[in-house]
Design a protein around this ligand. Structure first.
Ligand code: 5AD
Ligand code: SF4
Length: 443
């Protein structure tokens, strides 16, 4: 399985492995010799489909070599490129056996059966009426100390630049009971941190046991009651869906980590309107103030797009101003990339590449400085780290702070799986160096 794109694709790849396990399939990293190859694709930016076709060209060689040896592997394309360009994929790469959209992976065993009967290629890119989450197997492979849990999918916001509403469909939420059951299972399998996932995760309104729509703040409180679940995160949030109760949860629920990914995209009201973001710059400032009032140590990350159609120097400067004012602990930033079928792709006022490059460079430089300053601000502090893996150097262990900063320390591997108080000795651009507190006790 080759996975591109967001954490939701990582989660989906895990679930595809789960549905295929009863058929005898096991994940492998090597395409050579695999019985099936699945590309889980992303369509959000750049030449996504070209990347898929070039990978398919490479895999075709492996597939043909397998066929000569009498075991031709099944080739499947999943994810958002499959959803957006299903028929096109089969036209250009007729050796592909299965094309499946993100809503249909629970039907994968049936598709595999049809494909193995050599009945021609199978294509499933409908949004089925049944809920794929109701058709997942009971058994699932453990995810480890930190786990993903998709609770919401799809988007109703229709930002001018974005393909998600078309590839992932309308906003849907899993029920509270199924989410809590999955979280309990993950914790029983050893996960201590769960990141709740959704394209608009804070628009989650799954039904509670009485059949009433719940909210993410309430869900966070219920999940926090699961013994052994020490850290809860959620991503990605839309500023419009940050309700009072969720903000309050950041004050009341210690398991809710003080780090929030809250994309703003631009700091110019003119561009925010053109983007159909449904919030202003001041809305964002107010929201950040309320979040920081609730949880003073809350750190923020964000997504930014430079060069959206119509963006002037003044608009770009407004984005820089917003960054200076909010101060981000980390961020993702992108050059606007026209996506077929989205409103902005047809706009007349496209920005030239050189301007986009220049703006992206300046913006990333500022964001880099802020990230480094944030890391440096932790020097000398005592911070709880969830150690998750051996470090690169002998005797080192690695983990994450509550703010998702990678940390390394010299310490015994027996601390992996524990939350330990450490002293931060050094802040680096992308990580922290720590020493173990002499009086530490594994929590
Ligand atoms: N061009 C550039 N960036 C985009 N994103 C989404 N669509 C585009 C696009 N067409 C970015 C947004 C979003 C993140 C996941 O990807 O910043 O928040
Ligand atoms: Fe895309 Fe906007 Fe929906 Fe985010 S909120 S998934 S950027 S349309």
């Amino acid at each position: 399985m080759i996975t591109w794109g967001c954490q939701m694709n990582v989660y989906d790849s895990g679930r595809m492995a789960d549905v295929l396990a009863p058929l005898g399939y096991q994940p492998t990293d090597a395409a050579d010799g695999a019985d099936m190859i699945i590309l889980n694709t992303c369509h959000i930016r750049d030449k996504a489909s070209e990347k898929v076709f070039s990978e398919l060209g490479r895999l075709r060689v492996i597939q043909e070599a397998g066929a000569t040896a009498g075991r031709r592997p099944i080739l499947a394309v999943a994810g958002c490129v499959a959803q957006a360009e299903g028929a096109e994929i089969l036209a250009r790469a007729p050796f592909v056996d299965i094309v499946l959209g993100p809503q249909t992976y629970h039907r994968l065993p049936e598709m595999v059966a049809r494909a193995s009967r050599a009945a021609g290629a199978v294509i499933e890119t409908d949004f089925p009426t049944e809920d794929k989450f109701d058709h997942l197997p009971e058994a699932a492979a453990p995810q480890g100390l930190t786990a993903f849990l998709t609770i919401q999918e799809g988007c109703d916001k229709f930002c001018s630049f974005c393909v998600v509403p078309y590839t992932r469909g309308a906003e849907t939420s899993r029920s509270e009971a199924t989410v809590i059951a999955e979280a309990r299972r993950l914790v029983a399998q050893g996960s201590r941190e769960i990141t709740l996932l959704g394209q608009n995760v804070n628009a989650w309104h799954g039904l509670d046991d009485s059949g009433n729509p719940s909210s993410l703040g309430r869900l966070a409180r219920k999940l926090a009651a699961i013994p052994g679940l020490d850290r809860i995160r959620y991503t990605t949030s839309h500023p419009r869906d940050m309700d009072d109760d969720l903000i309050r949860a950041h004050a009341d629920v210690p398991q809710l980590m003080p780090f929030l990914h809250l994309p703003v995209q631009s700091g110019s009201d003119r561009i925010l309107t053109a983007m159909n973001r449904k919030h202003t710059r001041d809305d964002y400032y107010r929201l950040v103030d309320r979040l920081r009032d609730a949880r003073p140590d809350l750190a923020l990350s964000s997504d930014f797009i430079v060069g959206h159609p119509g963006e002037t120097e003044v608009d770009f400067e407004a984005t820089m101003e917003l960054i200076r004012r909010v101060e981000f602990a980390s961020a993702f930033s992108f050059k606007y990339s026209p996506r077929p079928g989205t409103p902005a792709s047809g706009a007349h006022s496209q920005i030239d590449e050189e301007t986009k490059d220049r703006r992206l460079y300046a913006l990333q430089d500022l964001l880099r400085q802020q990230q480094e300053a944030f890391n440096l601000s932790k020097e000398g502090e005592t911070i709880e780290v969830l150690f998750t893996h051996p470090g690169r150097q002998p005797g080192q262990i690695g983990g994450r702070t509550p703010w998702l900063q990678p940390v390394h320390a010299l310490g015994p591997e027996s601390l992996i799986g524990h939350i330990v108080s450490v002293r931060i000795e050094k802040g680096r651009p992308n990580s922290l160096v720590a020493t173990l507190n002499p009086e530490f006790a594994p929590a």
